[in-house]
Design a protein around this ligand. Structure first.
Ligand code: ACO
Length: 436
C-alpha cells in the first residue's frame, strides 16, 4: 500500500482539536483512512459492527468489485480461471501468486497427492461421532484434530511448517469429507487413488465401494472441479476473517482452519447452499412452481422471517459472477445426466425470474449468489444436502490457508483485538445474597 496524496481531517463539534489521518491507496478499489493512531490522539474508537466500512488487513490475493460483479484471484478473472484452469492450478495461484507452467503444475500436484491419506488413527477418532452427526460438526472436529496427528507442521511461525500444513490441508480435506460421508451411510472408507485428478479422487472416495470398479464421469469431475474453483477464495468474508483472527494469536494452522470451518457452517454464509436446497424442496413439496408467488409474498413480508436463500450478498450488489458460471455448469450436468426437466431446477429458474423483475429485489440490489445453483448441481451429482457445506469447506481451505500465510508474513500483523462501546452497568458493589 502507498500513501495517497489525500489526507483525511476529522473535526469535532465540541471544540476538541481536529486530527489529520493518513490515507493509503491499494492497487485498485477504495482508499483507506488509517485510524491506528486515532485512539492515542483523541481517546475515541470507531464503531463499525459487521465491519461494513473497515479494512482489517492489506491483501494481494483476491479482489472483488461488487458493483461491477467482478471477482479476481491474483488479478485473473474468475470466468477465465473457471474456463481455462483446473483446481490444482488455482490452488497454486492462490498460495504462491502465480499460475504454474506444466512442469510446475506437475510438481505441485504430486506434492498434494502424496499427502491425500490421513493418519490411520483418525478413523477411530471419527468413529466416536454419532452416525447422524452433521458433517460440519464432524469436519470442525476432524480438521482441528489434524494438529494432534501432524506435530511437525504446527508452528505457525516456521515457514516450513506453514508450507507443509498448507499442502496437507488441501490434500486431506477431500479424504476427511468423504470419510464423514461414508461413516454416515455405514460404508467402508475408500483410500485415495492418486492416479485420479483431485476432483476425480474425491468422487472415487465418495461413491466407490471395495466391491466393484468405479469409473469417474468426466462431466461430473469437471463440474466438481469448477465448484472447487468458484469457492476457493472470496477475500475477507466471515470465515476467512475468522481464520485470520484465530491465527493472529499464533495458534497452529489446523486449529485456525477448524475455526473457519465452524464459521462457514452458518446459514448466512456457507450453510446457505444447504438452506437454499431445503427451501426449494419445501416449495416443491407444497405444490411446486404454482406456489412460487405465494412464497415470494412471504419473503417480502418482514414479519415472516422468511428469506430467499441463495439471494443477496454483502459485497455483490450486481450479479455474483460465480452464480453465472454455476448456472452454466448446472445446465451441463443436468443435460449429461438426462435431468434437464429436474423440477427443482425449473423451480429455481422460476424463482430467479420473478425475483429479478420484482421491485423488492431490484431496489435492494438482491441477485442470485453462487449458492443458488450450486446445491442443484451437487444434488444431481449425488451429494447429500447435509454435505454441501462440507464441500464448500474443502474448496475454501486453500483460500483460508493462503490468507493465513499472507497475514503471518505481513510485518504489520498484530493479534486481532477489536474494541467495544460499553453500554452496561457502571461499577456497583456486590450485595450479600440475603439483600439482593
Ligand atoms: N431475501 C429477502 N430479503 C433479503 C435477502 C434475501 N435473501 N437478503 C437481503 N434481504 C433484504 C434485507 O431484509 C434488507 O431489507 P431492508 O433494507 O428492507 O431491511 C436488505 O435486503 C439488505 O439486506 P442486509 O441483510 O442488510 O444485507 P447484508 O449485506 O447484511 O446481508 C446476506 C447479506 C447475509 C448474504 C443476506 O443477503 C442473506 O441473508 N441472504 C440469504 C442467505 C444467503 O444466500 N447467503 C449466502 C451468501 S454467499 C456465500 O456465503 C457464499
Amino acid at each position: 500500500m502507498k500513501l495517497a496524496d489525500n489526507k483525511a481531517t476529522m473535526s469535532f463539534s465540541n471544540g476538541s482539536p481536529s486530527v489529520e489521518l493518513p490515507v493509503y491507496s491499494g492497487s485498485v478499489g477504495p482508499d483507506v483512512i488509517d485510524i491506528r493512531k486515532l485512539y492515542g490522539q483523541t481517546g475515541m474508537f470507531t464503531y463499525d459492527p459487521g465491519f461494513l466500512s473497515t479494512a482489517a488487513c492489506q491483501s494481494a490475493i483476491t479482489y472483488i468489485d461488487g458493483d461491477k460483479g467482478e471477482l479476481l484471484y491474483r488479478g485473473y478473472p474468475i470466468e477465465q480461471l473457471a474456463t481455462n484452469c483446473d483446481f490444482m492450478e488455482t490452488c497454486h495461484l492462490l498460495l504462491y501468486g502465480n499460475l504454474p507452467d506444466a512442469a510446475g503444475k506437475a510438481v505441485f500436484t504430486k506434492r498434494v497427492t502424496q499427502h491425500t491419506m490421513v493418519n490411520e488413527q483418525m478413523q477411530f477418532f471419527l468413529r466416536g461421532f454419532r452416525r447422524d452427526a452433521h458433517p460440519m460438526a464432524i469436519m470442525t472436529g476432524l480438521v482441528g484434530a489434524l494438529s494432534a496427528f501432524y506435530h511437525d507442521s504446527t508452528d505457525i511461525n516456521n515457514p516450513g511448517h506453514r508450507d507443509i500444513s498448507a499442502i496437507r490441508l488441501i490434500a486431506k480435506l477431500p479424504t476427511l469429507v468423504a470419510m464423514a460421508y461414508k461413516y454416515s451411510i455405514g460404508q467402508p472408507f475408500m483410500y485415495p487413488k492418486n492416479e485420479l485428478s483431485y476432483a476425480g479422487n474425491f468422487l472415487h472416495m465418495m461413491f466407490a465401494t471395495p466391491c466393484e470398479p468405479y469409473v469417474v464421469n468426466p462431466v461430473i469431475e469437471r463440474a466438481l472441479d469448477r465448484i472447487f474453483i468458484l469457492h476457493a477464495d472470496h477475500e475477507q468474508n466471515a470465515s476467512t476473517s475468522t481464520v485470520r483472527l484465530c491465527g493472529s494469536s499464533g495458534t497452529n494452522p489446523f486449529a485456525a482452519i477448524a475455526a473457519g470451518v465452524a464459521c462457514l457452517w452458518g446459514p448466512a454464509h456457507g450453510g446457505a447452499n444447504e438452506a437454499c436446497l431445503n427451501m426449494l424442496e419445501e416449495i416443491q413439496a407444497s405444490g411446486g412452481v404454482s406456489k412460487v408467488g405465494e412464497f415470494m409474498e412471504k419473503v417480502k413480508d418482514k414479519n415472516s422471517g422468511v428469506k430467499l436463500m441463495g439471494f443477496g450478498h454483502r459485497v455483490y450488489k450486481n450479479y455474483d459472477p460465480r452464480a453465472k458460471l454455476m448456472q452454466e455448469t448446472c445446465n451441463e450436468v443436468l443435460a449429461a445426466l438426462g435431468l434437464e426437466n429436474d423440477p427443482l431446477f425449473q423451480l429455481a429458474k422460476a424463482l430467479e425470474k420473478i425475483a429479478l423483475e420484482d421491485e423488492y429485489f431490484v431496489s435492494r440490489k438482491l441477485y442470485p449468489n453462487v449458492d443458488f445453483y450450486s446445491g442443484i448441481v451437487q444434488r444431481a451429482i449425488g451429494i447429500p444436502v447435509k454435505l454441501f457445506t462440507g464441500i464448500f469447506a474443502l474448496a475454501r481451505t486453500v483460500g483460508w490457508i493462503a490468507q493465513l500465510n499472507e497475514m503471518i508474513g505481513d510485518p504489520e500483523y498484530k493479534i486481532g483485538r477489536p474494541r467495544q462501546l460499553f453500554t452496561g452497568s457502571l461499577p456497583r458493589a456486590v450485595l450479600d445474597i440475603s439483600k439482593r
